[in-house]
Design a protein around this ligand. Sequence first.
Ligand code: GLU
Length: 460
Amino acid sequence: MIVTRFAPSPTGYLHIGGLRTALLSYLWARRNGGKFLLRIEDTDFSRNDEAAARAIVEAFKWVGLEHDGEIAYQSSRLAIYQEHVQKLLDEGKAYRCYMSREELDALREEQMGRKERAKYDNRYRDFTGTPPQGREAVIRIKAPLEGTITVQDGVKGDVVFNVADILDDFIIARSDGTPTYNFVVAVDDALMGVTDVIRGDDHLSNTPKQIVVYDALGFTIPKFFHVPMIHNSEGKKLSKRDGATDVMMYKTMGYTPQALLNFLVRLGWSHGDQEIFSMEEMLSLFDPSHINRSASVYNTDKLDWLNSHYLKNTPNEALCALLEFHGVMLMDHDKREILLDALKDRAKTLVEMATLVSEILVTPASYDEGALKKGFKAESREILATFSDAMSSASELHLPTDYHHLMESVVTQLGIGFGKIGQPLRIALMGKLSGPGLDTVMAIIGVEATQERIAALLNR
Ligand code: GLU
């Protein structure tokens, strides 16, 4: 069975890059009928970071990714780690090191003076004497002294690390007994039965150390897939300046979960030149061995494009529900269908759509000066008054086409072009010269509101 996991360090929110690796891990587990686990890596152990976990769970809920089983908190697994440290001590695969801070600093200075890499010199590796008085010990693992460690990575291929360049007998437990990061990650992944580790390639350099832990404890090494980072357009690691990094900000900005997930799956993975993937398609097509080898570039236009696609294809009822988060309540509005049909094609985000809705439903509080200058002429008054009167005597005004026909008959009657009525009417209705079709706007707000808005402009 394929078991994957997402293992965020608690930062207070779910990072967009984190959601991407979580999604890939989720897809791979679900596609194989496996398990997708969630582990909070609160390795400073000072607190059980429930707030951070809540933020992550909330974001998972919003995008619709479900994890299996309980959330594992590293802070509540201390006894497990200690037991495994002890096992390594008992088997002579780890040892106590009594080196003081001063000695360690002196060693480092000496090595740097010789322009060497700072590393532990193994002085307690085979120590059998009496420990120095009053010194607290850290626990170090016996790492290989020479040769290479190969990470067989499903994305990068075989990555060979030279032991002499990257390893030493690294600390697995501090003097206060708390275990260190690479030790707990390896122990947890092994004990939780994780078969496939899909994570950011910023963790690639940790992997040889984790492999040392796997080997020492006799655990099976999982498959690794290190996903290249998301970059900005300048080729640097994505930062807050390039776009929101907090997943829930995307909800606030009016993106749909489908668009965001589709956007993220394409940042790092492709299937031919297909751009649009439903969750079902992602689930049937995703394969981590097709993850791109090079960094992907974050592109807001692409996200907007996907979001418009999903908005266009969202049924109106669902759209209503989504708009409620943005303060727009349309569930019981009798013109909801015409309204949403008219706006679906125009908005890139739910926020834009919510703005358009209120521009239509709410009488303009003011009129755009430029629009007035351009579109409200000496004769506009007369034209609008005539149109307003014509509305009162018209028998059937319901559909956009009814309003359109009325406008046509007024321009014919007055012998004017369509623009002569269109522009001032648009200003009366929307306060500016842009917006959806006037016939549609009038059909949505109805005769009375249209007449009121005309009157308001004329009495201004
Ligand atoms: N906790 C690590 C992070 O948030 C991830 C570790 C892993 O995936 O192995 O960057």
